[in-house]
Write a new protein. Structure first.
Length: 178
């Protein structure tokens, strides 16, 4: 079993990633469990912020580290909240307040096209010269209201036309396949 740090304070993210990686023999411990503070995200891209978080967690824990940076990019809002999705409603914003702000900004908008962007970074050590970087984009729309109970973040308002539901309504098995 490989022990690694997960650069997050989000219990939902830990739960989803731990479940996805356990069959590969990876045991994740969150930054909270390891007593690691969140670094200042000074990057101007998802890749830069994920690298900052992964290197910081590895340096603080002495373990390999996995980090992500992700966000929702909404066409009608010029790509906002984008890189600032986690703090869209301000520093320390909750998922609920971020969604409230997004829904208010989308009120009356015809174009509800959006994409969910995620970058994952794995470093073997803090100064790893060749981190593994993966990125993906999920196309969808912003729903008019929240729907669904599972997931976290913007999941209750990220509508997937191919499934006719929000991400928060998907089963964990389907979400992992997407």
């Amino acid at each position: 079993m490989i022990q690694a740090a997960l650069a997050t304070h989000n219990p939902g993210k830990l739960r989803e990633l731990q479940h996805a990686l356990e069959s590969w023999g990876v045991r994740l411990s969150s930054a909270v469990e390891l007593g690691i503070d969140a670094p200042v995200e000074t990057g101007v891209s998802y890749v830069e912020n994920a690298l900052i978080k992964a290197r910081h967690s590895s340096a603080q824990s002495g373990l390999p580290a996995l980090a992500d940076d992700s966000g929702v990019s909404v066409d009608a809002l010029g790509g906002a909240p984008g890189l600032y999705s986690a703090r869209y409603a301000g520093p320390g914003a909750s998922d609920e307040s971020n969604i409230d702000k997004l829904l208010a900004a989308m009120d009356g908008q015809e174009n509800r096209a959006a994409s969910f962007v995620c970058v994952m970074v794995w470093v073997r050590r803090a100064d790893d010269p060749l981190p593994i970087i993966a990125q993906g984009i999920w196309q969808g729309r912003i729903a008019n209201e929240r729907s669904g109970e599972s997931g976290f973040g913007y999941d209750p308002v990220f509508w997937l036309p191919q499934h006719a539901c929000t991400v928060a309504q998907l089963s964990p098995e389907i979400k992992r396949l997407e």
